[in-house]
Design a protein. Structure first.
Length: 405
């Protein structure tokens, strides 16, 4: 009885040991890969361009080789219609125990994958997953001969965004002034009532001419503080081939009903190629201010504006100005109040009297001067008159005597 119990105990120990060996063997050993995700493409990969990812598979089992490797790709939801042309060189191959195999998995990026998401961000899409499976075959005489192994890897694909604002700028023309080229994030000043023209040019950055954006599929939508203002009117004018610039489009903002404030302006540019969405966002701020009031014109600087100034250019500095803008002359003497020392006429009358008195004095002085001049003149002598009288009398007497005889 005791011997029997001892034999049973030994068997349990042996079986437990074998179980622990197998458990440790399977727990430590594994089938693994060097990546957790297979990522294809990127922000510089265009449609139909091929991309390769190096995949290294490792068999860490000591007593098992992994055989009959099989690669199976399963797409996610909306990507089920795309033809993902993977090339898996490992199909049907084996990996020996305690060894690794490296290979290149190739994917030609299909057409029609969106380059941007709903927030206009360039993203890598999770398009599905690859399931790699195989059979682990025992190369020893252990009880467990074969078992299945597998690894699953998510697959992401990203394509280049090939529709952008030309030179990363737009032109803004405020109320007929010259248009300014502005960059994303700039601020533009305008006044209530102005018309703001936003001129947008865009470029197809595909290097391949076969990829063109149909003009009538391109949209430019304007948002003011996240409220859609509308789309531009001009569409369907021209298709844009790779490396070409599209016809500029204009959007107009009428600021007549806008309040004085700073507004966020957002332009959404979108276009499709083979169903794949491309596009960009451009944002700037519009600072709407009150139209400044022009200072009233006062040409002569008299403090009376020209629109009510009867004498807009006749003001003499220093003169008192009437309400009509003309210089005040209370006494009408031609000297304006402000310069006139006797604006009411009192001193002027005295001056006139002084002038009259001065005039009278001048006349009297002239008369006295004439008298003095006559007084100083030499008196004329009467002798010539007397002499002539005597000669005349004597002559007459002689004539009478002679005629008597």
């Amino acid at each position: 009885m005791i011997l029997r119990k001892a034999l049973l105990k030994n068997r349990l120990i042996i079986l437990s040991s074998l179980f622990l060996i197998l458990l440790v063997s399977f727990g430590v050993a594994s089938f693994s890969a060097n990546v957790t995700t297979l990522a294809f493409g990127g922000d510089n990969f265009e449609h139909t361009v091929g991309d390769n990812e190096i995949l290294t598979l490792s068999n860490s089992y000591v007593n098992y080789s992994i055989e009959n490797l099989d690669f199976n790709f399963v797409s996610n939801g909306s990507f089920g219609s795309f033809n993902f042309g993977f090339v898996f060189p490992f199909n049907g191959e084996s990996i020996l125990n305690s060894s690794s195999n490296a290979t290149s998995v190739e994917l030609t990026i299909p057409k029609g994958i969106d380059a941007i998401d709903s927030e206009f961000k360039e993203v890598a899409w999770n398009v599905g997953e690859i399931n790699i499976s195989g059979t682990a075959n025992n190369i020893t005489n252990m009880t467990i001969q074969t078992f299945g192994v597998s690894e699953i890897f998510p697959v992401t694909v990203q394509v280049e965004n090939n529709l952008e604002f030309y030179s990363n700028k737009v032109q803004v023309e405020v109320d007929g002034e010259d248009a300014d080229n502005i960059s994303d994030g700039n601020t533009v000043d305008a006044y209530v009532g102005d018309d703001v023209e936003i001129i947008v040019s865009y470029k197809n950055t595909f290097s391949n001419d076969s990829f063109k954006f149909e003009d009538n599929d391109i949209q430019i939508i304007l948002f003011v503080d996240d409220r859609s203002y509308g789309e531009e009117a001009s569409t369907g004018e021209d298709d844009v081939l790779g490396e070409e610039v599209g016809v500029a489009r204009e959007l107009t903002l009428d600021l007549s009903d806008y309040d004085v404030a700073k507004y966020n302006i957002r332009l959404e540019l979108t276009g499709e190629i083979d169903g794949g969405l491309h596009g960009e966002i451009f944002e700037f701020k519009l600072n709407v201010k009150e139209e400044p009031v022009d200072a009233p014109l006062d040409s002569d600087g008299d403090g009376v504006n020209d629109d009510v100034d009867v004498c807009p250019i006749d003001h003499v500095p220093g003169c008192i100005v009437e309400v009509d803008g003309c210089d005040l002359d209370s006494d009408g003497d031609g000297v304006c109040d402000g310069w006139d020392q006797t604006p009411n006429g009192t001193e002027e009358e005295e001056e006139e009297e002084e002038v009259l008195e001065t005039d009278n004095s001048d006349e009297e002085q002239e008369e006295e001067t004439e008298k003095e001049e006559k007084k100083d003149e030499p008196k004329e002598t009467p002798w010539p008159f007397v002499f002539g009288l005597i000669v005349g009398v004597v002559g007459a007497a002689l004539f009478f005597v002679l005629t008597k005889f």
